[in-house]
Design a binder for this molecule. Structure first.
Ligand code: SF4
Length: 118
């Protein structure tokens, strides 16, 4: 199989030509640096996305706290994670990096705060 895949690691956004079989990435071309290999391999065999959203805060100085997944969650679970987070209410004090939802949906990935809320 082969296709063109955009590398989104940096703003250059290279259009990388990739060739792969059922189990491994065979070759890439037109990338501008070697970071593309791992990214393209992941996009083909285990695509992931960092989830960013906000959670409501009860009794805080601000009504919402921004959060993100500590790392990419499997792409096909992004909407499930969003549904799960729709049921979460955070409570202050909240510090950047606080784990507000540990091991979301048994992915092994924590949802952490990205701002302070007193
Ligand atoms: S291949 Fe390198 S230069 Fe091109 S988008 Fe990816 S990280 Fe950036």
């Amino acid at each position: 199989m082969n296709d063109e895949i955009v590398c989104t690691i940096c703003p250059t956004s290279c259009f990388v030509q990739a060739e792969w079989n059922d189990t491994e990435l065979l070759s890439i071309s037109r990338q501008q640096c070697k970071l593309a290999w791992d990214y393209i391999e992941s996009e083909i065999f285990d695509p992931r996305r960092v989830v960013t959203t906000t959670l409501p805060v009860e009794g805080g100085r601000f009504p919402l706290v921004s959060v993100r997944s500590e790392s990419g969650v499997p792409k096909d679970m992004v909407m499930d994670v969003m549904d799960e987070l729709a049921n979460v209410v955070a409570h202050p004090p909240i510090r950047v990096g606080d784990v507000l939802v540990p091991n979301v949906l048994d992915t092994g990935i924590d949802i952490v705060a990205t701002r302070h809320v007193d």
